[in-house]
Design a protein around this ligand. Structure first.
Ligand code: M6R
Length: 613
């Protein structure tokens, strides 16, 4: 949440910063601001709204200068308005700062700073940082980088910050704890950002700052990094694995639609090099060294949030079915605070698209402290979670920009399926014939997704029915109960239509009271062990005049006869149906949101990477 970007070098900073903000806008879009150092003074321009509002606002302002910082905000402390927008100024107007994270002891620090005469102009937690740095700098007569380091040692919380000063007009000072910071190297220039998307246009040579590190970036000087405890650190540049093309809409009206349509490719990419059909072999290089730990695990615990949590629920079915190892799936935010029992022979799997989700990171740290092996399933290469885990597998879905997660979900389920299959074979838990059948079924999935995408027009018709409703119910069982949860999450987060996912049979324990002729009920009723049971659940809805939208296996007649709208998916193994059934639900949410006039890629109150708890 929140995007920070900085530039110092020989170019005009403003265009670099604005472009960087556009690329990171999915991290937050409540307000935006920029600070440019020019001839020993700092010009700050900031406003409530989107990056485009900031660009417009700056049209008649002086934005010249070759050193600057910029911010796009997802509000935590203080409402989204001009005053609370970053950058924040020191009282002598000589230092400016942007921040991503939360300063947890900001109230205590504020009281002390107010006693020292500092006046606060915003309701943000961030403003304490700038006054604290100014206070330390003046009282201890320190150079800026030292003042930042000493100030940060008094701070509790998370931060990714960039600081500029009019006294050092060609230097950026950067620090990180819990929020991502990447430094990019140009020719006599430095770039900084919360993620690679803002840098890739200029450089692919980067350094990922570690927690509690502070860096001084002055063109012409080597990168200088220290820990907050004043210990020198060496970093070696890495190659940023990202391409510019992946960050464009490529002719689609929204990133979400592009990402839905990318799934035949992204799922195939998740399988590439891992599924060898000729030899009937499934292998995941990233976890080879940990296979024995997995095979002998007392338990597998999956921690994740949002859509990644739903993928984890599918993983529970896959691992328990194929491996017969008990699995628990937990919201990372609950797990981290409930003193969970974690054994040293547990394997914890953290799932995250962004690899930056604060609660998931905290759950990883807790599991590591208790001695468990922690593996990651992440999409963003080099992300904090990828680096904090013992080992893991990337999903290789490519950058996901739309706030609503789509291709990340299907890639996560694909990787979980590969993992479960590979381990089941090693553990000799499934007969070879069944294993081969499954490998073959998995290999067909990308083409089957392509086929489902052809039902887009039909889904649009259903969306035009859904868009006029205020509620919707999603039902599924076993492998497709998580898909019901995911379908409901997609609809509510981008169309703002209230939706709930339920295990179909649980309906009669409460939610059935909601059903009347105005309640659309989306039922996943594909071929499965519980198919007949789901048909009965549909009858129960029908008897109460609910409208049935069903997702069925091609050729189905029974459910189709009971339904108001039907979408077919091709035949596959029950284990892999979530990858297919989730596709029409993504399209349904997308079209309903477009028809409701919503900002699909940037739904209200949300941000893509949830880097605060
Ligand atoms: O990056 P992560 O996978 O860790 O993110 C987890 C959730 O924040 C994310 O899935 C969120 O629920 C999406 N907006 C869902 O579409």
């Amino acid at each position: 949440m929140c995007g920070i970007v900085g530039y110092v070098g020989n170019k005009e900073a403003f265009p670099v910063l604005i472009k960087g903000l556009y690329r990171m806008e999915y991290r937050g879009y409540d307000s935006a601001g920029v600070a440019i150092v020019k001839e020993n003074e700092i010009n700050i321009h900031k406003c409530h709204g989107r990056v485009s509002d900031l660009e417009e606002f700056c049209k008649d302002k002086d934005v010249t200068g070759t050193c600057g910082i910029a911010h796009t905000r997802w509000a935590t402390h203080g409402e989204p308005n001009d005053q609370n927008a970053h950058p924040h100024f020191s009282s002598d107007k000589k230092i400016a700062l942007i921040h991503n994270g939360i300063i947890e002891n900001h109230l205590t620090l504020k009281v002390a700073l107010e006693k020292n005469g500092y006046i606060f102009n915003s309701e943000t937690d961030t403003e304490v940082l700038i006054h604290l740095i100014e206070d330390v700098k003046k009282n201890e007569n320190l150079p800026l980088a030292e003042a930042v380091r000493v100030a940060l040692s008094q701070v509790v919380g998370t931060y990714g910050i960039i600081v500029v000063s009019s006294d050092e007009p060609d230097t950026l000072i950067v620090a990180k704890k819990g929020s991502p910071v990447i430094i990019g190297f140009g020719k006599n220039e430095y770039y900084v950002a919360s993620d690679g998307a803002a840098l890739i246009e200029y450089t692919n040579k980067v350094v990922y700052l570690n927690d509690e590190e502070i860096a001084v970036l002055t063109p012409g000087n080597d990168l200088q990094v220290k820990t907050i405890k004043n210990k020198k650190v060496s970093h070696y540049a890495e190659k940023l694995q990202l391409s510019l093309e992946e960050l464009e809409k490529g002719g689609y009206p929204h990133f979400m639609l592009k990402e839905i349509y990318e799934q035949p490719r992204s799922i195939a990419d998740s399988m590439r090099g891992r599924l060898n059909l000729k030899k009937d072999v499934v292998s995941l290089g990233g976890i080879v060294e940990y296979e024995d730990r997995l095979l002998n695990a007392r338990r597998i615990v999956i921690v994740a949030c949002g859509t990644s949590y739903h993928a984890g629920l599918v993983g529970e079915h896959l691992f328990e079915d194929l491996l017969r190892i008990p699995v628990e799936v937990e919201y990372a935010s609950e797990f981290r605070y409930r003193n969970p029992v974690i054994y040293e022979d547990d394997v914890v799997i953290a799932i995250s698209q962004s690899g930056e989700t604060a609660d998931t990171l905290a759950a990883i740290e807790l599991s590591k402290k208790k001695g468990a092996t922690v593996l990651g399933i992440c999409n963003v290469v080099g992300s904090s979670i990828a680096r904090a885990t013992d080992a893991g597998s990337y999903t290789h879905a490519g950058p996901e920009i739309g706030v609503a997660s789509t291709k990340a979900f299907t890639a996560q389920v694909t990787v979980l399926a590969l993992m479960a299959l590979c381990l089941a074979d090693k553990k000799k838990k499934i007969p070879k014939k069944q294993y081969v059948r499954m490998v073959e079924a998995l290999e067909k999935i990308p083409d089957q997704v392509k086929q489902i995408l052809q039902s887009d027009e039909k889904v649009k018709e259903i969306a035009s029915y859904i868009k006029d409703h205020t509620n919707a119910l999603y039902l599924g069982r076993n492998y497709n109960y998580p898909v019901a949860l995911e379908g409901a999450l997609k609809l509510k987060e981008i169309s703002y239509i209230h939706a709930e996912g339920y295990p179909a049979a649980e309906m009669k324990h409460g939610p059935i009271a909601l059903i009347d002729e105005n309640m659309p009920v989306i039922v996943i009723a594909v071929n499965s062990a519980t198919y007949e049971k789901v048909v009965s659940n549909i009858q129960e809805v029908k008897a109460r005049k609910g409208k049935i939208i069903s997702i069925v296996t091609e050729g189905d007649k029974d459910v189709a006869a009971l339904s108001d709208y039907v979408i077919e998916i091709p035949k596959t193994e029950e284990l892999f149906t979530p990858i297919l059934t989730s596709i029409p639900l993504q399209l349904l949410a997308y079209h309903a949101a477009v028809m409701c006039g919503r900002d699909v890629d940037r739904p209200r109150n949300l941000a893509k990477s949830v880097t605060v708890e």
